[in-house]
Design a protein around this ligand. Sequence first.
Ligand code: B12
Length: 461
Amino acid sequence: MRVLLINPGSRLPIETRTSPHLGLAYLGAVSERRGDEVRICDLDVEEGPISQVVAEYGPDLVGITANTIQIRSAWGAAGEVKAVREVPVVLGGPHPTVLPEESLAEPDVDMVVRGEGEATWVDLCDHLEREEPLEGVPGLSFTDDGRRVIHNPDRSPITDLDTLPYPAYHLFRTDRYTNLQPAIDHREGAALSILTSRGCPYRCIYCSQIGPRKWRMRSPENLMGEWRWLVRDQGATEIGVLDDSFNIDRRRALDLCDRLIGEGLNRVPWIMINGIRANLVDEELLGRMREAGCIRTAFGVESGNQEILDRVIDKHQTLDQVREAFRAAKAVGMETIGFFIIGLPGETEKTMDDTIRFAIELDPLVANFSMATPFPGTGLERLVREKGRMLVEDWDDFAFFENKPSFEMKGLSAELVERKWQEAYRRFYLRPSRIFRIIRRKRTWLNLPQTVRMAWRTLAS
Ligand code: B12
């Protein structure tokens, strides 16, 4: 079959990175293994237009990925496809997984793959090729001839992740992407990603969890095979680890580090893009990660108020554990990023102040303050719909970087949240010690245009 996979563009702020979409890279790889001809069109870095790509390539099946802020672009892309070719259009990704009926109500969307996509995609291709009824494809939602929505049962998660091929990066125009963290680093060459495990046993209220609660890891042999391949064959100059929860199993993490050190793969720096669990690290683990090439890690701190962590977020982490994690990371020479949330339900001016003060106390290299955003299907969304008032309904406006609160609750006005969020950036970044440290950092000067843009954003907010 001839398959086209599309990442519809998104309005990213200038300092945000763009990288090959790992979900599409996996789908492309399993499709190629099935014997399909595959093309990926990433509208974050390609101009399109989709109609031209479709007309020239003539696909038999089109798959489009979408998170919430991309869903409208995804529907638009489906329309562009159908305008030039009558071909089945399938949506997948975090947003249609949670709200499949919404997308199936769109005239140009035929099917939705819910959750983890690889096995369902292959199964769907097989069924289409053999012209078998779609009811036999678990994990698929679709419309019948009368446009009635049919939800097949869920598909079980892939139990053996080693059965997956490596992501098909050759299908991307790799020269068009940025390095992993362009707002901080200036590194040339291929910045590629890796998933060492999937899933997360925690259920934080703000997180869009489309996967199972069960945490699954790849075998060390399989993982090392990919790491070697990234460094030696793909020429990776930096590697981003995208796991939801990298350090659930401490022994596995230590073992991975030992193997990287043993094979000399630690010469290529790697970065924990997604926060690792502060309650599950210690200096020994962080030290080994540093030795294995990990130069920077993020931690999901979220709040500087223990009550908010326990009673609202259900974070299962104490402020002291976070303090210790930052201390240990710095002690072993690792750079740190802290993710903080402002304006969670139940917050007051005092709790938000606690968060700002805690960020200053922890003093990571980068503090990222997001306004709480109730993504569909999250506990936060349920709470806001029950007890508060949504201020945005257009999915395009769900990006944290829109810089506007997306809901209000009793005692938590949008005006207060916006003010505290602006204050957080100002108080964190405009400290004399901080400014001095940034000026002294060589990378600030290597990265001057981005540094100026960041500074402008901080001052102008
Ligand atoms: C890396 C990452 C980023 C990176 C890069 C994104 C990229 N180019 O891939 C950066 C830092 C830029 C980023 C930014 C944002 N992100 Co982000 N990100 C992630 C993260 C940690 C990993 C993504 C990943 O590679 N996953 C692994 C791959 C294998 O999974 P996948 O992409 O979901 O694809 C699988 C399935 O979804 C499905 N599938 C997906 N697409 C399709 C299409 C078809 C046709 C089919 C059949 C199946 C299918 O099959 C795939 C294989 O199993 C996820 C968390 C997570 N665990 O996924 C959050 C996540 C995707 N991000 C999220 C958010 C909120 C954002 C931001 C909006 C935050 C912001 N700053 O405002 C922005 C939006 C940027 C944008 N372009 O849209 C949310 C999305 C929630 C939602 N409902 O939309 C997630 C889920 C985090 C969370 N748990 O809440 N992100």
